[in-house]
Every structure is written in structure tokens, then in C-alpha cells.
Design a protein around this ligand. Structure first.
Ligand SMILES: Cc1cc2nc3c(=O)[nH]c(=O)nc-3n(C[C@H](O)[C@H](O)[C@H](O)COP(=O)(O)OP(=O)(O)OC[C@H]3O[C@@H](n4cnc5c(N)ncnc54)[C@H](O)[C@@H]3O)c2cc1C
Length: 360
């Protein structure tokens, strides 16, 4: 099958990597002149480390990542720990922290090694389809056809309007915050008594202020602290996005590839794909939004959960008891049942559930 991918970001190149691995002919069009060199910190959650290991990329990504055993939530004012989240309890797959440009390069190099054709400096203006083929159109008016087109043109996608139903296409939202990225070397951290301690902990930490927050972690592999300061932008014209993550797009790609391996009918594949991914994405988006609001309110929800430490429905399970937690999409955010649903995702099981009892 010939598949065109629009956008050589993390999602597009991850898809190129996986789809070429399965023997498809893949062409990627990227409007930038080169591969992005934006180097901010990114978490590769356990739901995704499981997937990339299955793709044979585990060693390459592990080489540029530190394992984060927990997420620690502190009050910025005095550093008091308000909550600790332990994704590692729900799955044997690691929660990795790495850097965007290095991760992007892992996907790029593997996709190119698998014969993906990646063209830079090419902007796609439109996506269309007829009964049998899909097409992408460029500024020049030129059109290229394929069996399938994946629009991975980012969260502020212009192409989704040509692909998704109106009600879903309109759902992309942005937060009116600006995210400032920082990278501080080990030497600089060690120079200051107040930052020295950051070099001792590779776990993810969130610091809550009032109306703003910071997220960061020290990488022992890279010898530097990478963080993001989220502050109200006060400028609705230039909002930054904070919604569906890279983790969800990797899940989506894995679901798609399982479907493509099992079925030839592309209409059936895309229908099941949407049936699996849209409810999950919607819930994860709601979670991200709630987290964002909660972070801005100084971690109010986490303070509440900590106050009920003995309530097993809202707190992490004790060691060795996480297997007993039943994943539940509709459970309260940050509760064990919700965390188990979020972190221990099984794409093959979701496809099996969505196709059970359906003719094909
Ligand atoms: C501050 C911040 C922190 C985050 N942290 C995490 C995290 O820890 N973990 C996580 O899972 N997610 C995180 N995310 C989300 C994650 O960064 C995004 O989900 C991910 O980068 C999206 O990748 P993408 O490839 O879909 O889009 P992008 O990286 O935006 O790539 C889209 C590509 O498409 C190209 N393009 C756009 N339009 C066209 C066109 N018309 N023709 C051709 N090319 C085009 C663009 O130039 C770009 O290269 C974070 C997001 C932010 C803002």
C-alpha cells in the first residue's frame, strides 16, 4: 500500500517508521526546510515505551532516556510534596524522560533506513479522497495520490478539516498559557546551593504556583535539567496547545497498524480506528485539561487526594497490589483505576474488543 504522511514531527515520523516496517511504501511531506531541532523535554509514558519496544526501537530510545519511577507534585513556595504518582506500579514498561529532537531523530533515522521517502520544504494545502484513492494537493496545484493519507500536521492542524467530521475537527483547543522551556547543565546546577539537589533525582517533578506551574526533570544520561515554565500568556492571539500528547498519537499508530495487518478494507479499518481512538483520546484530553486547571490552582485536586490517604479509590495501591486494580476509563482522574487505564494500555486488546461480533 502507498501511504502519504503529512508532517515530519514525532507522530508523522513514528508512523513512517512503523508503516515502512510493515512493508508499506511511505512518502512523508514536511513543510519545514529541515528536521525540527526543538529540544524540549518530553515524557515517553509506559503505554508508549511498551509500543516502541514492540517496534524494535526500545534500545535506541532507552539510550537517550532516563527512567522516571514516579511523578512528584510539590508546592513551589516551600517544596512540600502534595502528591506522588507512580505509573510504574501499573505496568512493567518504563516511563522514560527524554529530549524531543533526539527522539525525533531516532524515528527519522529508522524511517529512512526502512526506505521511507521524506521530502522537506513541501507544504500540503489540501487532502481529498474519491471512492478508491486519497490525494494530497500542494500550493503549486500539483496533486499526488495514495491509498491512504495520514495528516500528522500537528495539534493546530489545518488539514483535519478535510478529514474529520465537523464536530470532531472543531474540538482542538488551546490553553492561554505560554510554555517557556529551559535547559540547565549539571555544572550550572551544582554551582548554586538551591539547585544542587536537582541533580539527585531523575523523576518528573511538577511545582505548583498560583496561576502558573513548572514541570521538569534532571537527565543523568544528558547531564542536564530540562523543564517547562507555564505562565498565563495574557495573549489569546498566541496561545500554546496543551492537549492530546505524543503518547496518544503513538497509541493511535499502533491501533492503525494492527488493523492494517488484519483487514484489507480501508473503510472498515478507518471506521474501527475511529471507534477505538476517539473515546480514548476524548477522555485523555479531558484529563489533560483537568490537570492543567488543577496545576493552575496550585494542585487543589492532589491536595484533596492526599488528605484522604487511606481511601483506596483515590490513592495509589500499596506495593504488590496494583495487579488487583481494575482499569476504569470513567474512574476519577488520578485514581488508581484511572491510572491503570491510562498507563497500561493494550492496543491489541482494544482492537479485539472493538471488532468482536462485527462482520468482516
Ligand atoms: C509544552 C509541551 C509539553 C509536552 N509534553 C509532552 C510529554 O511530555 N509527553 C507527550 O506525550 N506529549 C507532550 N506534549 C505533546 C506533544 O508535544 C505533541 O503531542 C507532539 O509533539 C505532537 O507531534 P506531532 O508530530 O503530531 O505534531 P508536531 O510536532 O507539531 O509536527 C507537525 C509537523 O507537521 C508539519 N506541518 C504542518 N502543517 C503542514 C503542512 N500543511 N504540510 C506539510 N507539513 C506540515 C510541521 O512543520 C511539523 O513538523 C507536550 C506539548 C507541549 C506544548
Amino acid at each position: 500500500m502507498h501511504i502519504i504522511i503529512v508532517g515530519a514531527g514525532l507522530s508523522g515520523l513514528a508512523a513512517a517508521c512503523r508503516l515502512t516496517q510493515l512493508g508499506h511504501k511511505v512518502t512523508v511531506f514536511e513543510r519545514r526546510a529541515t528536521l525540527s531541532t526543538t529540544g524540549g523535554h518530553i515524557m515517553v509514558r509506559s503505554n508508549v515505551s511498551k509500543i516502541v519496544k514492540q517496534w524494535g526501537l526500545g534500545d535506541d530510545i532507552e539510550a537517550i532516556s532516563d527512567v522516571s519511577l514516579s511523578g512528584i507534585y510539590r508546592r513551589a513556595e516551600d517544596g512540600e510534596v502534595l502528591h506522588e504518582r507512580l505509573p510504574a506500579k501499573y505496568t512493567e514498561h518504563p516511563d522514560w524522560g527524554t529530549v524531543r529532537d533526539r527522539l525525533l531523530r531516532v524515528f527519522y533515522e529508522r524511517a529512512v533506513a526502512n526506505q521511507a521517502d521524506v521530502s522537506f520544504g513541501v507544504a500540503v494545502t489540501k487532502v481529498q479522497e474519491d471512492e478508491v484513492k486519497a490525494f494530497v494537493k500542494f500550493d503549486s496545484g500539483e496533486t499526488v495520490e495514495a491509498d491512504l493519507v495520514l495528516a500528522t500536521d500537528g495539534a493546530l492542524s489545518r488539514l483535519r478539516q478535510f478529514i474529520l467530521p465537523d464536530d470532531i475537527a472543531a474540538q482542538a483547543r488551546v490553553a492561554s498559557m505560554t510554555f517557556h522551556q529551559v535547559a540547565v547543565s549539571e555544572d550550572e546546577l551544582l554551582e548554586h546551593p538551591s539547585t544542587k539537589h536537582l541533580t539527585n533525582d531523575a523523576n518528573l517533578t511538577v511545582w505548583f504556583g498560583q496561576g502558573s506551574y513548572a514541570v521538569g526533570r534532571y537527565s543523568t544520561k544528558l547531564g542536564r535539567f530540562g523543564g517547562i515554565f507555564a505562565v498565563p500568556s495574557g495573549n489569546e492571539e498566541n496561545p500554546k496547545l496543551w492537549e492530546e500528547g505524543f503518547s496518544q498519537t503513538l497509541e493511535d499508530i499502533e491501533v492503525l497498524t494492527i488493523l492494517l495487518q488484519q483487514y484489507n478494507d480501508l473503510e472498515y479499518v478507518t471506521n474501527i480506528w475511529e471507534k477505538v481512538r476517539i473515546p480514548r483520546t476524548a477522555r485523555v484530553k479531558a484529563f489533560a485539561r483537568t490537570n492543567h486547571e488543577n496545576y493552575q490552582l496550585g494542585g487543589a485536586q492532589m491536595v484533596k487526594q492526599n488528605a484522604n490517604k487511606n481511601d483506596s479509590s483515590t490513592n495509589e495501591p500499596a506495593n504488590g497490589q496494583s495487579a488487583a486494580v481494575k482499569p476504569d476509563r470513567d474512574a476519577e482522574f488520578n485514581s488508581p483505576a484511572f491510572n491503570a487505564w491510562l498507563y497500561a494500555y493494550d492496543a491489541a486488546e482494544e482492537v479485539a474488543k472493538a471488532t468482536t461480533g462485527l462482520a468482516k
